[in-house]
Ligand binder design. Structure first.
Ligand code: SF4
Length: 150
């Protein structure tokens, strides 16, 4: 199985107070007005990578405390995303954050089970707040002791 990935890099801002490996998925079908990442809309803009490739790239970041998926829209490549998340939880034992333009309630349980922090909902320019999250309609869910808290 392969996915299309735009870039993988260290992030100090996407998960508060944590060093994270940021994995930017290529492609977004949601296409919010005012999106700051339009260069990631084209699914062919990224490089084809296998699940193994992504896991190996994460292992090149030994100081990482978290893995964060963003884009683009990671859930446009749902099977690939779920496979990568499952490998991370089973083999690397790192917590996972996900930025998605979709709402929490439509995410499949197999994916949600592997993730610890979800920032969800489309970016709405008219509700821009200039903070975290970027627009006031977006919601942040955290898993604490196995329970999701908003
Ligand atoms: S979901 Fe994210 S990447 Fe996609 S258009 Fe909206 S803000 Fe941009």
């Amino acid at each position: 199985m392969q996915g299309r990935i735009k870039r993988i890099c260290t992030s100090f801002i996407d998960v508060p107070h944590k060093i994270a490996v940021a994995i930017y998925f290529a492609g977004c079908s949601i296409r919010c007005s005012g999106c700051q990442n339009k260069e990631l809309w084209d699914p062919m803009s990224g490089e084809a990578m296998s699940v193994d490739d992504v896991v190996k790239k994460i292992q090149q970041h030994p100081l990482a405390e978290y893995v964060v998926f963003l884009g683009g829209e990671p859930t446009d490549q749902m099977d690939f995303l779920t496979h990568v998340c499952t490998r991370i939880t089973q083999e690397l034992h790192l917590p996972i954050a996900l930025y998605t333009g979709r709402e929490f309630e439509v995410l499949p349980p197999q994916l949600v089970a592997t993730v610890d922090l979800i920032v969800c909902g489309p970016y709405r320019q008219e509700l821009h707040v200039g903070g975290w999250p970027a627009s006031s309609n977006q919601r942040i869910f955290r898993k604490e002791s196995g329970q999701w808290k908003l």
